[in-house]
Design a protein around this ligand. Structure first.
Ligand SMILES: [Zn+2]
Length: 232
């Protein structure tokens, strides 16, 4: 059965070649979403192994109590890896979000997750979720859960504020727009737990900060942050 599946896979690849989301080359049958070369060349931050110059932790220091904060890779405005985030967010590549979540969890290693109790994806506004059909942060969390076996808390926090895009707004406007946009759902399962808050990208940090601030109202809570990318 598995060899039949493999043969069908080869045939599909022959007629509808799957291509790498970064370089556009045809993928080998064992590759998913990205070719091995582009995976190897992801501009990794290595924040987890260089805690003294973890600029992501610096971004939140003094604003909200954070245990640890990590991002898989850097992207620049015109770089290839920004394109990858665009594909994940707007082009339906949710399976790739899950795949990258799993790869990153493997690279962080089981030890990173030993004190984490629950994975919390940053929620999308319901209107946007309906339009897009999926929440990319939830798919990243699913990839992390594939490796760690940790539960995903999908209804702990909700997004209620503005649903307009923030891309073209200034920093202050963005910050203003992210004030009080999250509300807590049923928090009983989260009390006393260590939450890993998950998002696709950190740019100014405003959305994560707002979300973490809301979560910090839960009794005896600890919060850590994980994103796929950090803007440079
Ligand atoms: Zn490639």
């Amino acid at each position: 059965m598995s060899s039949l599946k493999q043969h069908i896979g080869y045939l599909i690849d022959l007629f509808y070649p799957r291509i790498c989301l970064i370089c556009g080359r045809a993928l080998q049958s064992h590759e998913k979403h990205l070719c091995m070369y582009c995976i190897q060349n992801i501009p990794r931050t290595q924040f987890h192994s260089h805690s003294e110059d973890n600029i992501m932790e610096h971004l939140f220091r003094g604003k909200v109590q954070i245990e640890k904060a990590v991002a898989f890779f850097y992207f620049t405005h015109h770089g290839d890896y920004r394109h990858l985030i665009h594909q994940i967010k707007y082009r339906g590549e949710k399976e790739c979000a899950r795949y990258l979540g799993e790869i990153y969890a493997r690279e962080l290693g089981a030890e990173f997750f030993t004190d984490i109790d629950l994975l919390v994806p940053v929620p999308l506004h319901p209107k946007r979720l309906r339009k897009r059909g999926y929440n990319q942060s939830e798919w990243i969390a699913m990839g992390i859960s594939d490796f760690t076996g940790k539960d995903i808390a999908r209804y702990l926090i909700h997004r209620c504020g503005t649903s307009e895009t923030q891309t073209n707004k200034g920093i202050y406007k963005r910050w203003e727009n992210t004030q009080n946009i999250f509300t807590l759902g049923n928090t009983s399962e989260a009390e006393g737990k260590h939450l890993l808050l998950i998002d696709d990208v950190v740019t100014t940090g405003a959305t994560l900060l707002s979300c973490a601030n809301t979560l910090s109202n839960i009794k005896n809570i600890k919060i850590s942050l994980l994103t796929l990318a950090m803007a440079q």
